[in-house]
Ligand binder design. Sequence first.
Ligand code: ACO
Length: 322
Amino acid sequence: MRSVIVGCGSYLPARVLTNDDLAKMVDTSDEWITQRTGIRSRHIAAEGEKTSDLALAAAKAALAHGNVPVDDLDLIVLATATPDQTFPATAAKVQAALGMTRGAAFDVQAVCSGFIYALSVADNFIRAGQARTVLVIGAETFSRILDWNDRGTCVLFGDGAGAVVLRAQEGEGTARDRGILSTHLHSDGRHHDLLYVDGGPSSTQTVGHVRMAGQEVFKHAVANLAEVVGEALDANGLAPEDLDWLVPHQANRRIIENTARKLKMDANQVVLTVDHHGNTSAASIPLALCEAVTDGRIKQGELVLLEAMGGGFTWGAALVRF
Ligand code: ACO
């Protein structure tokens, strides 16, 4: 059994915050942010607009795009570091809002690698025969955990949601057949203090704010991503030249360009949304993927490499034949 991506959808809150807007809030400039990160603007959720609202909109769009009825869903896996509440899972709220009353729904927490983790979990449910149709969502309201006085972090992130629908297809398939070829997950908890939130129910009983040692994170991201994309290609007997598209987690333009260079991929083979989305954590890959599928860049039969790195540290990759 293998999983095929049959639909994708996304949602971005209406409000756009530009670098010039940020320069009125903290000591920064459009030039600094653009040069160091490639980010020009990001979307910010409206007051009262929750992660589950963003996730639901993306989920509905993905189901409509794939022409998949809600009743077919066996499972929802939702990646987020910014759930509506400590519990219930945001996935269960989306399940209820969709009118899905059977199957299972749960959240996955791997911060910026969350979508790769959720996709891997969903793919393994399908491979094991435990589910046939799965909704995988990445959704975040990172603006709620930013310290808006810390110019080192508040300029980097945005809010949004993206989703894909997976369907089971009989047979193992080959690298030439449609479907998820393989997924690769890693974590190294020794580096938990380089990127973290300084709050939580069991420690401070507060929500807390994002804290980051930017340069250290940058170095680890470059090294870990190079390693995991190599692992994904080797596992499938593929070479960088076999890839049609790179759809990376959108943290920083320089990190993305570094990975593309190592893969000898042209800029026009890389889906880049960090300029207008910022870093939307677990939502960034499905947002980028959906943009490139719906505007016709990614076509059926093409080979796509997804990769991400985030707090934990966590990192991972997935190879998908569309
Ligand atoms: N505007 C203006 N100046 C700033 C800003 C800002 N927004 N933020 C920091 N600075 C200043 C610093 O205070 C410092 O000033 P100083 O030299 O007087 O002390 C100077 O700029 C340089 O700061 P650095 O942190 O060394 O800047 P760097 O070149 O490393 O860029 C950045 C910072 C963009 C955060 C970079 O380290 C980075 O992108 N790291 C990766 C982190 C990341 O992407 N995290 C996302 C989550 S993890 C992931 O998704 C991979």
